[in-house]
Design a protein around this ligand. Structure first.
Ligand code: CO
Length: 211
């Protein structure tokens, strides 16, 4: 069997098992999706959102990219946030990074990854520059990368709060709450690093008026 055929085969077994355990499983999910969570995570294959949170299909709306970035000119990500916030009316947004993230490490190096990846990683370099003093006081390289992973998650939470989309939902609906988490590959545990409840204070430079 070819590797991709194994996936298709495993899918058949999974579908059969789900149906055996719960005959109404697929029927229930067919007509409605009402997840409470939007998850913005790293594309890293070792950080599967539903497995590490033990959630079932229908529970989390998911977007993943390299190093879990919230870039406000990214039409893909912003469409996901728009749909999740304004149509699915989700209550919580989670940005989840992970220690040892390859995207963060790459951005902290001087390697030329060629056009497109360089463009993406520049967003991370800009965050590093703002926090350079704190980061460069950390002598151990692994610890420095891991601190940068935490700082990156915080900045992505701020990036969400800076959007009119989130601010409008905060003022109209008192949701969603924003949660910044970091997953540890060593023990499978998630560490919360920041929480911004709906309506939390932010730098007035980014506050929109008349929402
Ligand atoms: Co990563």
């Amino acid at each position: 069997m070819k590797p991709y055929e194994i996936l298709l085969n495993d899918n058949k077994h999974w579908a059969a098992r789900k149906k055996a355990e719960d005959p109404a499983f697929f029927e229930r999910l067919l007509h409605v999706q009402s997840p409470e969570f939007l998850w913005i995570g790293c594309s890293d294959s070792r950080v599967p959102p539903d497995q590490i949170t033990q959630t079932e299909p229908g529970e989390i709306f998911i977007h993943r990219n390299v190093a879990n970035l919230v870039v406000n000119t990214d039409v893909n990500l912003m469409s996901v946030v728009d749909y999740a916030v304004n149509h699915l009316k989700i209550k919580h947004v989670v940005v989840c990074g992970h220690y040892g993230c390859g995207g963060i490490k790459a951005a902290m190096s001087n390697t030329d990854f060629n056009q497109v990846l360089n463009m993406w990683l520049r967003n991370i370099k800009d965050i590093y520059r703002i926090h350079r003093k704190e980061l460069e006081a950390i002598t151990d390289e692994e610890s420095r990368v891991n601190r940068m992973v935490e700082i990156n998650v915080k900045e992505q939470i701020f990036n969400l709060a800076k959007t009119a989309m989130i601010q409008r939902a905060w003022s109209n609906d008192q949701r969603p709450d924003l949660h910044g988490w970091v997953y540890d590959l060593h023990d499978g545990l998630i560490k919360p690093v920041i929480e911004m409840k709906a309506g939390a204070d932010l730098d007035e430079l980014y506050e929109f008026e008349g929402l």
